[in-house]
Write a protein that binds this ligand. Structure first.
Ligand code: FE2
Length: 267
């Protein structure tokens, strides 16, 4: 892969996104939100790849996959005015279609296998689980993108910067309560199922249960360092059940972070 390939693709990405810029404030807000999110996921993914000591060529593919992971979001929002896949379209699948229709990966000089690695990482990034039969060369970039994406979603939930904060979901009940089944799942060490989400608090608990789906110790170290678990728990009702959820997830995080120091390497 040529050194300039990533630069070429990053320029293409920015041009593509700028095609969605609008005087419609709502559309513009959501397009910018995902553009900024993508750049932070790119940074997170690069850091994880460096931490894993990935070979230079693999690191380039990881960066490209991060850049393209949410490429379907812009068209999704422009068409459906929502980021909720259940109410619109699978944005990962749409992303792969956009990549293939534009032929941009091939144009940039990526081989067939390299294109496949990027496309699968995009396709798998929002799945509940990676396909169990998938082979290693496709799994590592996909796992890195999944972790990098979740870390930034945690950041976007807790930030005080309104321009980068995930807007409140309007499709769930604005109840102060949460569903018992959601609490039970987390206490049993299970990822919450999307159809179980009934209230906004359930949605937050669902996202907290993503901790069970993080792959790399580096990612857990970021969660600890940034205090995401504590900050997200503080957004929930102050009940004994929520406290138990905190204890459970904190123990899980402690167990999965390597050593007692934060492993952030410079990239
Ligand atoms: Fe996504």
């Amino acid at each position: 892969m040529k050194e300039c390939t990533f630069v070429f693709l990053k320029n293409w990405f920015h041009q593509y996104v700028q095609g969605f810029y609008s005087t419609d404030e709502q559309l513009q807000f959501h397009v910018r939100l995902k553009e900024e999110h993508t750049l932070r996921v790119l940074e997170n993914a690069t850091r994880i790849g460096v931490w894993l000591e990935c070979a230079p060529e693999q690191l380039e593919l990881i960066k490209i996959a991060a850049l393209f992971h949410d490429i379907g979001r812009f068209k999704q929002y422009q068409t459906y005015r929502t980021f909720n896949d259940a109410l619109s379209i699978n944005h990962a699948q749409l992303g792969v279609e956009i990549i293939q229709q534009s032929n941009i990966l091939k144009t940039s000089g990526l081989s067939g296998t390299q294109q496949e690695i990027v496309e699968r990482a995009v396709l798998y990034h929002n799945r509940r689980k990676l396909p169990s039969e998938e082979i290693e060369k496709y799994c590592v970039p996909a796992k890195i993108i999944r972790d990098a994406d979740k870390i930034d979603i945690f950041a976007m939930l807790v930030t005080k910067d309104d321009k980068n904060k995930i807007p409140q979901a309007t499709e769930f009940e604005n109840a102060l309560l949460y569903s018992e089944k959601v609490i039970e799942d987390i206490l049993q060490g299970r990822l919450v199922e999307y159809p179980e989400i009934k209230t906004e608090n359930d949605l937050l608990l669902f996202r907290l249960s993503w901790l069970y789906d993080l792959y790399f110790p580096y990612s857990f170290s970021v969660v600890l360092e940034q205090g995401y678990l504590e900050k997200l728990i503080a957004m929930l009702p102050d009940t004994q059940e929520v406290h138990s959820v905190y204890q459970c997830l904190r123990e899980y995080t402690n167990h999965h972070v390597m050593g007692n120091h934060i492993m952030v390497r410079d990239v």
